[in-house]
Design a protein around this ligand. Sequence first.
Ligand code: 5AD
Ligand code: SF4
Length: 477
Amino acid sequence: MSKINIETINTENTKLSSERIIELRNINEQYFIMNGKRKLYHILTYGCQMNEHDSEKIGGMLTSIGYEETDDSQNADLVIFNTCLIRENAELKVYGKLGEVKGLKRHKPDMIVAVCGCMMQKEELRQKLLKQFKFVDIIFGTNTIQELPGLIYDVEVNKKKSVDIIDNTELIYENMPKSRKFKYKALVNITYGCNNFCTYCVVPYVRGREKSRTPEEIINEVRALAFDGCKEITLLGQNVNSYGSNLENPFTFAELLYELNKIDGIERIRFMTSHPKDLTDDLIKAIKECNKVCNHVHLPIQAGSDDVLRRMNRKYTKDHYLNLVEKLKKEIPDIALTTDIIVGFPGETEEDFLETIDVVKKVQYDSAFTFLYSVREGTKAAEMEDQIPDDVKHERFNRLLDVLYPIVLDRNSQCIGNVYSVLVESVNNTSENSLTGRSEHFRLVHFKGNEELLGQIVNVKITNVKTFHMEGEIVEQ
Ligand code: 5AD
Ligand code: SF4
């Protein structure tokens, strides 16, 4: 490839002109005619569902300019890394894989390599990438996905390395094409960014302040999904409970659930994540009253000690959290509760840690994501004294799992003999229990069945349980 210049464009108001989109499409159409196959893209997605959904938008943009997806990076003409910064290991994984792709690019110099996502929202990491991984052709941010065709144009036609990041995260781009991974379940953004500034977390720094989509945009998207045969939606936001407060015409998350519950065709509504400080009685009522809203709340506790919670800037106490759980269980006895827990936050004492264990025992979670605290540069917690040594963190982490797993297994055991509705999500013909899906309570269920049931909601009687999944058999209702 000829030498490329580095150009940083700030595209506050820039849009790739329709002429250039058409030109790019024509180039890719010519390629198709000459080669009998389309150019292929491969996306590596790291991190949360927010990133997964961004990858669906990236796929949609690429499909609209004539690319096709491949699951093999070796064959790809364009490899995209959609990165995550939440913990150090997410970052390290990206560097490791970039090293592998460097070798690939040596053999295929025309292959375009793009890096986007949360890591690229940090100036230092962009600079590091430009210095250490010089073969990367395109860098874009979480707010510039819509500019990707323009960046590809610059590399392909103008032979320029392209970097495009907008620091102003006020804008919401609607109606982007999406290449959705599943037909029968879909991720739907309701808010972007976060205002909470938990002291350990980089999200507010990379994804910007919280912005809500309008109810009209969300409802229209969900109606269109239902029309396309989608049965389950998951509403995404860093804190869905504060949805709508910054809209011109404020609208609550509870009100949104009531509206979405009316949409024919949609059978299940999920949402994540709920911040305990903002979970209102109105929302509990909405979960209870809306028959399509699943009886599952993901409610991160993060830590059980009031002192740690204060230093995490979580804005609730252990008692507030436990009262909330009690209220949820009283109003919706069938509720499943899952959580996120961080072990080894700076200054966490043995007594603090035992408060976390106490919450786990009291709540009896259906499952939990557990994390070792990871120092994230730029956050307040990174500057705190008394960082916990790795061996102490690991020892506490293992003790937490020793308490958590038997509880999860016990919760699963209580399901034996019961019948649950399960949305069939995947087929594995090499296994005796060839179908896998999730129950309303978000439990993974394996069972025997015909692959034609993919995307259907079936009734499954639970016969056996493990910590991370359950087994069962289809029954007629
Ligand atoms: N270290 C460990 N875990 C973290 N999380 C966020 N930031 C950090 C960090 N610095 C966890 C929180 C959050 C989840 C998505 O990731 O538990 O809820
Ligand atoms: Fe991070 Fe806290 Fe915002 Fe969640 S609520 S994204 S943990 S700052």
